[in-house]
Write a protein that binds this ligand. Structure first.
Ligand code: 5GP
Length: 190
C-alpha cells in the first residue's frame, strides 16, 4: 500500500448466504494488502470455525464489558447474538499498513459511515433471488431449520439497505462477481 494513502476500508454486506465470506477470502488471497477484520461475537462457533481466525468468540458478559469500555467501532445484535468490530483489531491491520476488509451487516456499515475520515467503500452483495438464497442456505448445511427461517425472514429488511451502499453486485456466479469486485477495489486503490 502507498504509505501516503489512507488504508482502504472495504465493507462487504449481504443477506446471510449470498457468498460474501467466500468473496472476502478470495479478495484477501488475491491481494495480500488486505486483511480481514476479525469480529467479536457471542454466537457459538460452527464446527469448522477457529477462534481468533473466523471470530473472537466471547461470552455475552465479556462482550457487554468491552462495549462499556468503548472497545468497538461498531456493533450490532443479529439473530439474538452480538457482533462487533474492535478498535484493537483494526489498529493491528492499519499499523501493518494494510487495507481492511469488513464482513459486517448494514447496521455496522451505517455506524462506520459516521467516521467521515475513513476511506470507506461499501459493497452490497445480492443473491440472484430469494429462492436461490434459501437453496444455498439449505445446501451449505450450517444452520438448522429455524435459523434458516429466521435468515429468510430478515431477507427483505436486509436488502432494503442496499441503497446506502456505494455498489451493489449480484452474486449469480462467484467468479464473475469476484471480477467485478476486483474492478471496484482497483479503482479505489489507485
Ligand atoms: P454469521 O453468524 O453468519 O457469521 O454472521 C451473521 C451476520 O453478522 C453476517 O451478516 C455478518 O456479516 C455479520 N457480522 C459479522 N461480524 C460483524 C461485526 O463485527 N459487526 C456487524 N455489524 N456485523 C457483523
Amino acid at each position: 500500500m502507498n504509505k501516503s494513502k489512507k488504508p482502504l476500508m472495504l465493507v462487504l454486506s449481504s443477506p446471510s448466504g449470498a457468498g460474501k465470506t467466500t468473496l472476502s477470502k478470495k479478495i484477501q488471497q488475491s491481494d495480500s494488502s488486505f486483511e480481514i477484520s476479525v469480529s467479536h461475537t457471542t454466537r457459538k462457533p460452527r464446527p469448522n470455525e477457529v477462534d481468533g481466525l473466523d471470530y473472537h468468540f466471547v461470552s455475552k458478559e465479556k462482550f457487554i464489558l468491552l462495549l462499556k469500555q468503548r472497545a468497538f467501532y461498531e456493533h450490532a445484535q443479529i439473530f439474538g447474538n452480538f457482533y462487533g468490530t474492535s478498535k484493537t483489531s483494526i489498529k493491528k491491520i492499519t499499523n501493518n499498513n494494510h487495507n481492511v476488509l469488513f464482513d459486517i451487516d448494514w447496521q455496522g456499515s451505517e455506524q462506520l459511515s459516521k467516521f467521515k475520515e475513513l476511506n470507506l467503500v461499501k459493497v452490497f452483495i445480492l443473491p440472484p433471488s430469494k429462492e436461490e438464497l434459501e437453496k444455498r442456505l439449505i445446501a451449505r448445511n450450517q444452520d438448522d431449520k429455524d435459523a434458516i427461517k429466521r435468515r429468510m425472514l430478515a431477507y427483505s429488511k436486509d436488502i432494503s439497505h442496499k441503497k446506502d451502499y456505494d455498489y451493489v453486485l449480484i452474486n449469480d456466479n462467484v467468479e464473475n462477481c469476484f471480477n467485478e469486485l476486483k474492478k471496484i477495489v482497483s479503482k479505489h486503490l489507485n
